[in-house]
Design a protein around this ligand. Sequence first.
Ligand code: IPM
Ligand code: MG
Length: 371
Amino acid sequence: MPHKIAVLPGDGVGKEVIEAAMIVLEKVGFKATYEYGDIGWEFWKKEGDPLPKRTIELLKNSSAALFGAITSKPKEEAEKELIPALQNKGLIYRSPIVRLRQIFDLYANIRPCKAYKGNPLNYKDNIDLVVFRENTEGLYAGVEFYPIPEELRKTLDKHPNMRKFKDMNNEEISISTRIFTKKGCKRIVKAAFEYAKNNGRRSVTIVEKPNVIRETSGMMVREAREISKEYPEIEYMEANVDAMAMWLVKNPEKYDVLVSSNMFGDIISDLSAQLVGGLGFASSGNVGKDFAVFEPTHGSAPKYAGLYKVNPVAMILASALMLEFLGEQDKKQAIEKAVGKVIAEKKVRTYDLGGTNTTLEMANAIAQAID
Ligand code: IPM
Ligand code: MG
């Protein structure tokens, strides 16, 4: 049975890198039926929803999705770009990718950062780490208040540390909650250890800040300590997120699998990505129990849209992650090997690598390098 893949190119260069990924998926002999879905700015402007319901339905009927990139703009600007019939209706732009993670409970965000030999952008050549970012809770759960409802205020005021805010009224305070659950902590830590075990990784490092954020980070670290006992063969380490930022710059080769909550994972995965070439190389899998969405972590790059200039490697590596999720381990490895070969040869290079080749030339070179 061929796999059913939903393809969501989105905006700007999203369309171009999806085209590039398709060339490689075809060449590697991946058997699938593809159905394209609507997502992005165009649908926000025309329909007031960048993630239309029909797209959600399409995803419900797919085994996995490939997602290109989308444009997003701050609240006021977004409102202005709506067609007149949709203006002043209180429509609020919300990031489709964050919504997809919530709707489909894609709790594990997996972000490999590997230095391919010959990449002039590598910070060091021996980096090979994978960030596991919790993807549905924490600061991204969307439980925020402004102004603060009076009932909530009453409860909060019972906390001794609220004393310093006592002279401020509810319009002078905003609150974004950071909700962690035992279930959420357990499943992301477990996913990181399982990955480490199945991929012969040496260590798992939990990256949090329990010395200050005692309850949430504390819960996650406690769960991690427990789970680590089930994997005696894997070294378990703990780091505070601020120190981790320094160590990733100092000796990134020391780290292997990192696991963190949503916001901290967002930040350390950007830092890690830049160590191995940045946006052109950073791929990401948003993985749930039986569905997953794969994306490059770059945006839609409006200034490059239509130019076929950007590096498609991030999207191509994201497709490789999809193949792994679908049990096509050999095909995944074939793509990664081909990427490695093209980067090492230094013949075909997009602008970020100092070359002049186009997105599709890069994709074709990678396709040709597949044995
Ligand atoms: C990412 C991005 C997203 C996030 C944005 C686009 C909402 O930064 O995937 O890392 O914050 O998760
Ligand atoms: Mg990010």
